[in-house]
Design a protein around this ligand. Structure first.
Ligand code: ZN
Ligand code: ZN
Length: 143
C-alpha cells in the first residue's frame, strides 16, 4: 500500500510504501512552533520505502536527544513534510498531517506531555512520557 504525503501547495510530495515502523505524538514546544498545531504526530518509515519528489529547503537544529534533526519543508508554501533524525539514520519521519488521512494508524506513544495542552485528549491507547521517550521506539534497548 502506498500513501502520499504532501505540502499545502502540493509541490513537495513523498510516497511511503507499507505500514510505518512507528507513529508518535509529540507535545514539545518546538513541535508546536514548527507545525503551528497544538500537537504533532510523526510516522517513521525505513528510507528504502520512501520516495521524495519536489524541492525542499532544510532547517536543522540539535534535538533534545543530542543528535541533530533536519526538517525539510516546501520553499513555496513552507509546510514541513518530512525530517531526518540523527538518532534514527535509517528512517525518514513524515508529518502524519501531510497525509491528510483520518484513517492513518494512530500513535503508539506520546512524548513531552509536560507541555501538552490541557484540553487535548488523545482517543487511543498509548504509552505516555512526561519528556522524551527512553529506549528504542521499536521496543528494543536504545543503541
Ligand atoms: Zn508547498
Ligand atoms: Zn516535538
Amino acid at each position: 500500500m502506498d500513501r502520499i504525503a504532501q505540502c499545502h501547495c502540493g509541490a513537495l510530495r513523498i510516497t511511503a510504501t507499507g505500514a510505518p515502523e512507528w507513529v508518535n505524538a509529540c507535545h514539545c514546544k518546538a513541535c508546536q512552533r514548527r507545525t503551528g498545531a497544538v500537537v504533532h504526530s510523526g510516522a517513521y518509515f525505513t528510507r528504502s520505502r520512501v520516495t521524495i519528489a519536489g524541492a525542499a529547503k532544510t532547517f536543522a537544529r540539535p534535538a533534545d536527544s543530542g543528535y541533530r534533526i533536519s526538517f525539510h519543508f516546501c520553499p513555496e508554501c513552507g509546510s514541513n513534510v518530512y525530517w531526518q533524525a540523527g538518532r534514527f539514520p535509517d528512517h525518514i519521519g513524515i508529518a502524519v498531517g501531510a497525509f491528510a488521512d483520518p484513517t492513518f494508524p494512530p500513535p503508539a506513544f506520546s512524548v513531552w506531555e509536560e507541555s501538552k495542552h490541557a484540553w487535548l485528549g488523545l482517543g487511543c491507547e498509548l504509552e505516555r512520557f512526561v519528556q522524551g521517550r527512553t529506549g528504542s521506539p521499536l521496543g528494543k534497548p536504545a543503541a
